[in-house]
Write a protein that binds this ligand. Structure first.
Ligand SMILES: *Cc1c(COP(=O)(O)O)cnc(C)c1O
Length: 421
């Protein structure tokens, strides 16, 4: 019944509801409940938006208090006490301890707004239109951001040519033992390579939508160095890999680099409220008043919960160590599942960093069978990669050991039954 209703009224553009065609009604932590009371462990967590779980009570309390005292909800880009608290907490808890001196821009509320702002700023500063992007990169679907997104499904739906970016091979794109940056460096210095001198390079430390491809620390360091030597700005898109997902607040901390510009969104509010942010090196703030605007720049409710996440989880390294510990649990189990699949004639491998993990099963159909079987058994889990060939785990970072074990057991059952077929 619900299916008929939604299919009649909602555009065919819908996506996740195709994989999970039920009506969800409640959620807490890493558990979701359907309308008819069935329980599901959530390994999708809003595609990395719910790092602190559904309706985290610590964040809820701050939000409810703020609403109850009639705190400002919408104020365009007014200075508000919620904004002041968020900026101050970000500076004290995250930026200063990491030696980062960034200015903050709040664009519109979603990730793609942050990417648009970042690449436009890079073009404005350098006067160069081209952006260097990487194979399998995903940076959003508005016009400018989409040009830097690799996936043909999105590019074909643009209706006009996706221009303004040129793609280079990401780490691992040409298989093991090939450093793709050899090509990047040569192309940048060769006047006949066909690569226009870029304003910036935009890259994810771990490609989320692109298949949980983790660039090696050496690769990113070398990319940062290549860019720096040629006066090309480095934009790290931390929209999915940020806010602790890889085991550090910023994914690039693993490499010890300091990007020129950073985009952040998904788990930034921590409560699933839309919120996006651009961090830029202080001297790069070449915007003039109102040159990039929007009605929902820095929603106050999102800033209230964002500030609270920083206070609750990021004052010391306890949380980071927890994420790394749970990441290792997932890694071990995914390695086991990959071995089971490989031994059964379906070559598979484990991949990722922190709690951003996947099993590449080389086939979208096989991955779909595994996630579908998992859903029937009570686990919400999605695939990623250009052919949907990677089963990915993006469970909340606050997931309990019990919930995590339960989810992994369900996934193993599903893998086992696909193998036995
Ligand atoms: C999700 C995502 C975006 C786009 O964010 P939206 O909120 O969907 O616009 C951009 N970059 C990366 C790495 C993402 O994962």
């Amino acid at each position: 019944m619900a299916n008929e209703f939604f299919e009649r009224i909602e555009s065919d553009v819908r996506t996740y509801s195709r994989s999970f065609p039920i009506v969800f009604n409640q959620a807490r932590g890493a558990t979701l409940w359907s309308e008819d009371g069935k329980e599901y462990i959530d390994f999708l967590a809003g595609a990395g938006t719910l790092n602190y779980g559904h309706n985290n009570p610590l964040l809820k309390e701050a939000l409810v208090d703020y609403i109850s005292r009639d705190g400002i909800v919408h104020g365009l880009d007014f200075w508000t006490s919620a904004k002041q608290d968020f900026y101050q907490t970000l500076e004290d808890v995250i930026l200063k301890p990491r030696g980062l001196d960034y200015k903050i821009q709040l664009p519109g509320p979603t990730g793609t707004n942050a990417v648009e702002a970042a690449i436009r700023l890079a073009r404005k500063i350098t006067g160069r239109p081209n952006i260097m992007s990487f194979t399998n990169g995903f940076h959003g679907v508005t016009m400018g951001a989409l040009a830097t997104t690799g996936n043909a499904k999105f590019r074909e739906a643009l209706g006009v040519p996706a221009i303004g970016a040129q793609f280079m091979p990401y780490d691992g794109y040409l298989g093991e033992g090939v450093d793709t940056l050899d090509y990047v460096e040569k192309a940048l210095d060769d006047k006949s390579s066909g690569l226009d001198r870029p304003a910036a390079a935009i890259v994810e430390m771990v490609q989320g939508e692109g298949g949980i491809n983790a660039a090696s620390v050496e690769w990113i360091k070398r990319l940062a160095d290549i860019c720096k030597k040629r006066d090309i700005l480095l934009i790290i898109d931390d929209i999915q890999a940020g806010c602790g997902r890889t085991g550090k607040f910023f994914s690039f901390e693993h490499a010890g680099i300091k990007p020129d510009i950073v985009t952040n969104s998904k788990s930034l509010s921590g409560y699933g409220l839309p919120f996006a942010m651009v961090l830029m090196r202080r001297d790069l703030d070449k915007w003039t008043a109102g040159q990039y605007n929007g009605t929902f720049r820095g929603h106050n409710l999102a800033m209230v919960t964002a500030a609270e996440t920083l206070r609750q989880f990021w004052r010391d390294d306890t949380f980071e160590r927890e994420v790394q510990r749970k990441g290792d649990v997932v890694k071990d189990r995914f390695e086991k599942l990959a071995r089971m699949l490989t031994e059964a004639g379906h070559p598979a491998s484990e991949r990722g960093r922190g709690l951003m993990r996947g099993i590449d099963v080389k086939s979208g159909e096989l991955a779909g069978q595994i996630t579908h079987g998992a859903f029937e058994r009570g686990l919400v889990i999605e695939t990623s990669g250009q052919a949907g060939q990677v089963v990915k785990c993006l469970c909340s970072l606050t997931i309990t050991d019990d919930e995590l074990a339960k989810g992994l057991d369900i996934l193993e059952d599903s893998v086992q039954s696909v193998i036995n077929k």
